[in-house]
Design a protein around this ligand. Structure first.
Ligand SMILES: Cc1cc2nc3c(=O)[nH]c(=O)nc-3n(C[C@H](O)[C@H](O)[C@H](O)COP(=O)(O)O)c2cc1C
Length: 391
């Protein structure tokens, strides 16, 4: 993998950090681009109280000089403003205080990492687990994805997302021109959906779930435009771009299924109605498709059409009206713990999905054309594009 990254940090610890290694030198790194993505991740209808406390901003600690990447590892930090309310319970140093001050959790939530993680790591305080399992971690991933976005932008690749459904509110299919409308959509749009009546139905589904002290699931889609044909490979299972995008999507907390293009619908369609005919434009000297049910990938390789990847978000597991659970210490039946929670973070999940798609595409682009500096990468990419047009 030419591009790799690691995040660290707990939900209520002092900060989140991420190190991104492998981006070429001389990419314009604009802190405002990262902060904008961080702000977008905090928004959307269905978020809970935590995001009212945080005001995520990135601090760049290494790998960038005078606004340009150096080619060395880039180190980013995002402080948790809520840490001041958790300084005792989440202190990295000192003796463990009593259980109340440590905000011990012994009643695991069905559907969260609490029980499985406590058994695995041998703790009877599920806070040791949930603090890292929490999707607060995705703030660091979003920041890493913004760096990849800065690189992709220079290579002419754009990435955006929209909400496909929440509960029984389902958006109409996108049509030509919708990508630009999504790019132009205000960052504070409540559902990041172009379909107004579906947006109203989604908001109603959130409100109904919230009033019932429940959560609700949803689906988001990430789109990438300008991706050249030939990223990924059919030659080995772990080089297939569909697998890499699917894995990246499934790595997002609460995403329980992923699909490429019309992958789910294809499971019940005839082939003649599913595959995209191949056409050729002699003026532009390129192959193209009148439809894009394949979602821009065939045989694990990009085919030059728009990439379409969906993530299916399960209903969140922290329920204001908790499900039955069993205490980790005395094994008695209780209702699960109640932590502060979102009803559905669907817009945020789409932004995190964008970040993961940016990271996978940046990695696949570097694998294809390489380059230690942006100039070298773009020279190689342009030579490859030229070769395609004389194919
Ligand atoms: C942006 C985002 C925000 C989330 N917020 C919450 C939340 O407030 N409450 C909750 O129970 N789960 C939330 N989750 C999901 C949990 O982090 C996730 O369900 C949990 O870590 C268990 O992992 P799993 O669902 O992938 O098995 C969120 C997920 C995302 C992507």
């Amino acid at each position: 993998m030419p591009l790799r990254f690691l995040t660290a940090g707990e939900s209520h610890g002092p900060a989140l950090t991420v190190i991104v290694e492998g981006l070429p030198a001389d990419i314009a790194i604009d802190r405002a681009v990262i902060d904008r993505d961080l702000r977008r991740r905090m928004g959307g209808h269905g978020r809970g109280g935590r995001m009212k406390i945080e005001n995520d901003r990135v601090e760049i600690l290494g790998g960038v000089r005078f606004g340009r990447s150096l080619g060395s590892p880039i180190s980013l930090l995002i402080r948790n403003l809520d840490f001041e309310n958790w300084a005792e319970a989440m202190s990295p140093e000192g003796e463990r205080p009593d259980d109340e001050q440590a905000r011990v959790v012994t009643r695991p939530r069905p559907g969260h990492a609490d029980l499985a993680g406590s058994l695995k790591y041998g703790t009877h305080d599920a806070r040791d687990i949930l603090e890292r399992a929490s999707a607060r971690e995705t703030a660091a991933r979003t920041a890493a994805g913004s760096l990849a976005r800065c690189f992709l932008t220079a290579a002419g690749i754009e990435v955006t997302s929209h909400t496909v459904s929440v509960g029984d509110g389902v958006a109409a299919s996108l049509s030509d021109g919708d990508f630009d409308r999504l790019l132009a959509m205000p960052d504070d749009a409540p559902m990041r959906c172009l379909d107004e009546s579906a947006t109203a139905a989604m908001i109603a589904a959130v409100e109904a779930a919230r009033n019932d002290k429940d959560s609700v699931g949803g689906v988001f889609e990430v789109l990438a435009r300008g991706v050249p044909p030939g990223l990924g490979s059919h030659a080995q299972w772990d080089r297939r771009l569909s697998a890499r995008l699917g894995g990246a999507m499934m790595s997002i907390q609460a995403v329980k299924a992923a699909s490429i293009g019309d992958g789910v619908e294809g499971g019940s369609r005839r082939g003649s109605l599913h595959h995209d005919p191949i056409l050729y434009d002699p003026d532009e000297r390129r192959f193209y498709r009148p439809t894009n049910r394949a979602g821009g990938i065939e045989g694990g390789i990009t085919n030059g059409e728009m990439i379409r990847v969906r993530g299916f978000l399960k209903p969140l597991s922290t329920l204001p009206r908790p499900l039955p659970s069993v205490d980790l210490i005395d094994k008695q039946a209780f209702d699960a713990v109640q932590e502060r929670t979102d009803t559905i973070p669907i817009v945020a999940a789409g932004v995190v999905g964008e970040a993961m798609v940016c990271l996978v595409l940046a990695d696949a682009l570097l694998e294809k054309v390489g380059g230690d500096s942006l100039t070298e990468t773009l020279r190689n990419l342009n030579a490859y594009r030229d070769a395609l047009s004389s194919y």
